[in-house]
Design a protein around this ligand. Sequence first.
Ligand code: GRF
Length: 237
Amino acid sequence: MTQVDQRAPESAPERTLPPSGCPRLGVLASGRGSNLQALLDAIERGELSAQVVSVASNKADALALVRAARVGVPHQAFPRADYPSRRARDEEMADFLRRSGVDLVVLAGYDRVLATSVIAAFRGRMINIHPSLLPAFSGTLHAPAEALRHGVKISGCTVHFVTEDVDSGPIILQRAVPVLEDDTEETLAARILHEEHVALPEAIRLLAAGRVVLEGRRARIVPGPPTSERCSTTHGT
Ligand code: GRF
């Protein structure tokens, strides 16, 4: 007799972003903003169907804000000193993103842990890029230096969903690079950054196509047609 397993699955698969064809992105960045620029460039070249609708930073002098200004994207700094608590700051920042109508929040070089209330509000709709092959070297702002200290031979970057456990949410995609014997923190970080600029648009493309499915703590990529449709507006509102 055939045994049929009638137990309910641990948790049902859950689609993340509904396929919209053109997600509205809110980007959080703390510094140089090269990942933000990579997104803007991919959109401009027609390689990513998305719109950057807002950029927020915890640092008033973040170059990311200048990059947003250059292309007319609404942007704002939220320095911690202007708010009674980190949570108050983060919630204001989340309201700013909501007002711009974001579908997806992208942490692109954002160097602070967000308030749990904000993480919960954007669950399944907030991603981060980290310069290591997670779960190695999570929770540090110096992942390439740690990779060298441990003598790993391969490193890379990871795009993952943001959850309350820092750098531990479901992994959407990873890209690997070799670690060379004469690497310094700078040369390794630059090699990884080059891959980040490919990985982040690619992850958003997958999400926009509705091809990322959450199964428990795992994000699975399911087959689907390539998305090539261009948004009518590329930046701003
Ligand atoms: C990147 O390496 C990113 O992975 C890390 O911070 C760096 C930010 O670079 N979280 P940029 O500001 O996007 O140039």
